[in-house]
Design a protein around this ligand. Structure first.
Ligand code: SF4
Length: 373
């Protein structure tokens, strides 16, 4: 349960955006911040792409994006959409025909920049296809592919150029009376991204898709994303997020959730609070946490678990978690339930025991949530 009403220093006031639907997922307004990822399989390899979409959905992705670079991919998209448990966004770059085909294939959203797809007639055809098939659009401004006239005007990619680019694309959709869109203004530079996002957040009420593009590998990209997206989310900006990593899409989803969890914006699964460990540890904290992370991956119920090496911080952290374990002496430690010391447990049995306790607590919380509905 959120205790933000008694801890006002934890409040985040979300920017008021209008809400759109990406298939069955609301984005914007007071909807939960949606987590997205993107497949990196060949879209024409339907089986591999569907498997990746399913794995991402299982990890918590609300929406998954798939590249549609050619006609064969448009055909595959139809099957992927049919098999997918979550709405699919079709990533289109310049080719308007791919946009039309993707909307017809059942994509829930097209990632396409209307200013990049050619003359007005083509733009109108894509918008018509989107409208006819209840498909939203994401305008995706990217610092690396800004329009020539803006680069000439501003000399280099900068926040103003990115905002202006975004507003130009928005104007094209609005002139065609199409309002079912969201927008992103991504850059690989954290400062540029953050400033561009602040600018676009002030200039429009469209829902915002947050991302730091080409952020890097698992560790460096996670840090960059946590700083960039974390700051924006903390300011209340962002209705859906995608963490871009040179890593498995499942990792992107996990990192996205961890960012949202850290800010109390969304909860899913077990939030493990653990100490870094030191010479005082009563058991091997690092190995235990690694094992528990794996063994508790199946839990989707939002709950907290503290795994602390010794009594210096253990009892204090356990006070605020659903289940806790604090190392002690002589090969055993103390198990805490709902913040209270409950019983002792030997170190060699504690992993199985903690998994059991967490599963029990998750079932209790699920039953309570069901009863409250
Ligand atoms: S809680 Fe104890 S074991 Fe963990 S880092 Fe702090 S002093 Fe070390």
């Amino acid at each position: 349960m959120s205790l933000n009403h008694v801890r006002p220093w934890r409040n985040i006031y979300r920017r008021k955006s209008r809400q759109i639907m990406v298939g069955s997922v609301p984005v914007g307004g007071d909807a939960p911040i949606a987590v997205q990822t993107m497949t990196n399989t060949l879209t024409t390899d339907v089986a591999a792409t569907v498997a990746q979409v399913q794995a991402a959905a299982e990890a918590g992705a609300d929406i998954v994006r798939v590249s549609v670079p050619d006609e064969a991919s448009s055909k595959a998209l139809k099957e992927i959409v049919r098999e997918s448990p979550v709405p699919i966004v079709a990533d289109i770059h310049f080719h308007y025909k791919r946009g039309i085909e993707a909307a017809e294939a059942g994509a829930a959203c097209l990632r396409i920049n209307p200013g990049n797809i050619g003359d007005e007639k083509r733009v109108q055809e894509v918008i018509k296809a989107a409208r006819d098939h209840d498909c939203s659009i994401r305008i995706g401004v990217n610092a690396g592919s800004l329009e020539k006239h803006l680069l000439e005007k501003y000399r280099e990619p900068c926040p103003d150029a990115m905002v202006e680019s975004g507003l130009e694309h928005i104007r094209i959709l609005q002139d065609n009376d199409f309002h079912n869109f969201k927008i992103s203004v991504k850059a690989s530079d954290v400062f540029l991204s953050a400033a561009a996002y602040q600018g676009i957040a002030e200039a429009t009420d469209a829902p915002i898709h947050l991302g730091i593009t080409e952020a890097g590998g698992l560790v460096s990209g996670t840090i960059k994303s946590a700083i960039g997206l974390g700051n924006l989310l903390w300011m209340g900006i962002g209705d859906t997020i995608r963490v871009s990593l040179s890593a498995d899409p499942v990792e992107e989803v996990k990192v996205g959730y961890e960012i949202l969890k850290s800010l109390g914006l969304r909860h899913r699964g077990v939030n493990i609070i653990s100490c870094p460990s030191c010479a005082r540890q009563g058991f091997d904290v690092i190995k235990t946490v690694e094992a528990l992370e794996q063994r508790l991956e199946h839990i989707k119920t939002p709950m907290s678990l503290s795994i602390i090496g010794c009594v210096v911080n253990g009892p204090g952290e356990a006070l605020m978690t659903d289940v806790g374990f604090t190392g002690g002496g002589a090969g055993s430690g103390m198990v805490y339930l709902a913040g209270k010391a409950s019983h002792k447990m030997s170190n060699d049995q504690m992993i199985d025991h903690i998994v059991e306790q967490v599963e029990k607590k998750a079932a209790e919380l699920d039953a309570a949530a069901e009863a409250a509905e």
